[in-house]
Write a protein that binds this ligand. Structure first.
Ligand code: BMA
Length: 363
């Protein structure tokens, strides 16, 4: 996706989320169709709600026989009657040829769920918690600050890393022409992933992002919208310090969580202030760079706040032109590790009220 500007000017498609995208011309690339869909949502003052792994598993359940499953179960649908508009998946493990991702979800199921969701009219986004190519550890292995350097051109792991990118390309190509949002190298201002702020220079980070996009495109991967999503809140200067460039990035994202430190009122107030500060900054950058923007990850683990959806998240994002907000996964095997709604949990009704707000879009 090189230039999204003309999409704002030429009304190629008129549809909202929940209606199937109807191309008026089959030659129009899928990434343009998706960008147009996202621009229409943001221009209408709407925000699509998204949930990680929503069709693959939920609180205390998971799809077991994915080949014969119609993927109709969803924690979000159980509570609100509708699927989330945006569905997130993680591709960690694809690079080494695993059959399941780092959370045990088969890549076959991810492919099927992504295509099913797209055919229902929804939007798909992929993150990538890949392994550490230098140490053999995981994304969180920050024992060396030479990992990014090692995969760049001239580095000792460069050739191996290209093979990793090619495996990723094969998976993405297996989706046919379905457009998706790809969000690699996320939360890169913090230093908890091997591509984090203290683990590589800004130039190395940008080169890593560029290498990823260029290699995938060389391998024929089209139809991606590329999202840059540092952890927030951070200043405008910090956000842009590692920004890979307007020719590389299509969507400006940020990941911001609420952390319960025992004082829910204080944690909630800090979360709302953080969101407001970061989304104000993102709005400014998105205007200057003519880019879409989103809240790429958010949530409060275990949602101990009974009115979190309507009194924390909703007022904090209200009025900002984000095309979507995505809450993280409801782990099926860790009872307290959930960020989305599920039927039977005490604040399910609060989510239902959130989902019925006029700005919030589900499928
Ligand atoms: C984290 C946690 C982990 C998970 C990872 C990738 O935030 O949910 O359990 O492995 O995301 O999905």
């Amino acid at each position: 996706m090189r230039n999204l500007l003309f999409l704002v000017m030429i009304p190629l498609f008129i549809f909202g989320c929940g209606r199937r995208p109807k191309p008026v011309d089959e030659d129009i690339p899928g990434d343009h169709v998706l960008a147009s869909q996202l621009f229409s949502v943001a221009d209408a003052g709407k925000v699509m709600y998204g949930h990680q792994d929503d069709l693959s598993y939920g609180h205390a359940w998971k799809v077991t026989d994915w080949k014969n499953d119609d993927l109709e179960r969803s924690d979000v649908k159980d509570v609100s009657g509708k699927y989330p508009a945006v569905l997130g998946f993680d591709l960690g493990g694809i690079e080494v040829g695993d059959t399941c991702n780092l959370d045990g979800v088969p890549f076959g199921l991810i492919r099927k769920a992504a295509l099913t969701h797209r055919s229902r009219g929804g939007v798909v986004t992929f993150s990538w918690h890949l392994r550490n190519p230098l140490t053999g550890g995981d994304s969180w292995d920050i024992s060396s600050d030479q990992v990014v350097a090692s995969v760049l051109d001239g580095g000792e792991k460069h050739e191996e890393f290209l093979v990793w990118l090619d495996r990723l390309a094969d998976f993405l190509n297996s989706l046919g022409k379905a457009p998706v949002i790809f969000r690699p190298w996320h939360e890169n201002i913090g230093s908890w992933f091997w591509w984090g702020g203290n683990l590589c220079s800004a130039e190395q980070y940008k080169a890593l992002f560029r290498l990823t996009r260029e290699r995938l495109e060389e391998k024929g991967v089209e139809n991606l919208l590329w999202c840059y999503s540092p952890n927030g809140p951070i200043s405008k200067e910090d956000y842009l310090s590692r920004y890979p460039g307007d020719d590389i990035v299509d969507i400006l994202g940020t990941d911001i969580y609420e952390y319960n430190n025992g004082d829910l009122d204080a944690a909630g107030a800090a979360y709302m202030a953080n969101l407001k500060q970061m989304l104000t900054t993102l709005t400014e950058i998105s205007k200057e760079h003519t880019k879409l923007m989103c809240l790429s990850e958010t949530g409060l683990e275990g949602i101990p706040d009974p009115h979190w959806w309507t009194e924390r998240l909703y007022p904090a994002i209200q009025g900002f032109p984000i095309c979507y907000v995505l809450t993280w996964r409801n782990a099926h095997d860790r009872p307290g590790h959930f960020y989305g709604p599920w039927k039977g949990f005490e604040n399910a009704e609060d989510f239902r009220l959130f989902s019925e707000k006029k700005e919030i879009v589900l499928l």
